[in-house]
Design a protein around this ligand. Sequence first.
Ligand code: COI
Length: 327
Amino acid sequence: MRIYAFEMRDDEQAAFQAEQQTHNVELILDKAVPNLDNAERAAGCIGVSVLGQGTLDRELLTRYRDLGVRFLSTRTVGFNHIDLDAATELGIKVCNAMYPPNGVADFTVMLLLMCVRNYRDAMWRSMVNDYSLTGLVGNNISDLTIGVVGTGSVGCQVMKNLSGFGCRMLACDQYENEMAKQYAAYVDLDTIFRESDVITLHTPLTPETDHFINHDSISAMKDGVIIINTARGQLADINALVDGVESGKIGALGMDTTEGEEGIIHEDHRSDMIANKNWFYLRQFKNVVMTQHMAFYTRQSVEMMVKCGVEGVVMMERTGSYRTALN
Ligand code: COI
């Protein structure tokens, strides 16, 4: 069985080799982001594995199907980059990855602390021997209300992590989760917006959640609200974030993922010209912490992502199903 793995990072290589031996498959590893121009490379492969930066739309999926690809694994939890309906119609079975929520949840708390304690500004000052305190006063987390939007495994782990801080927590999701109820009261989204000092996003990107953080929802939030996003950039309209920070309505932003990041994140662009005005404008504010979509990036997660990427294709081919099959 031959599997073509796109978007391979060097640090995934050892895990790919281990999976190759475990399942006795042939893996072709390629750093390229999958697109129509390089689709032919997957000719002769029964499975393709991707890592989220390419768009697997109907056209690309049709090309893969014509080349003989029958299985697609994304080594990510999120699968908004794949047209699942098209894959199903084309007879391509798709699975995603599953990895412990701790990496993303830990990172979320780090961003939250950096925002609440104005640490970006403090860190920059210290680099030029400025150890002043002016403008750096923060808040005790125990005095804050934290609104958690999305109470799947990451949202719940964030609440568990935060439970030691003694803050009030509110939760919102279309499905209530018993674990979340240990830590938070379920309320509607309007209540989250109205009452939260910090709002942290842990919901998948779907047509319903796309840009649900926008000018209207931000205007319904508390003055000085802190927004943390370690889920998907497109949950928040970047124009609304820029306006919110400029006006002071938003007190701070902790963004591990920001709308328009495709083609920027996970690469060294020091010598590149990058045209993305909003993204670069947003990141220059002293109260905005933007990271390169790295909340997931722990040793444990990387191993699991690669494992699911290979094992998923193997199991779907050999048994017709996989624990994270999506169609
Ligand atoms: C996911 O697993 O859904 C992620 O967001 C991580 C990915 C960008 C590598």
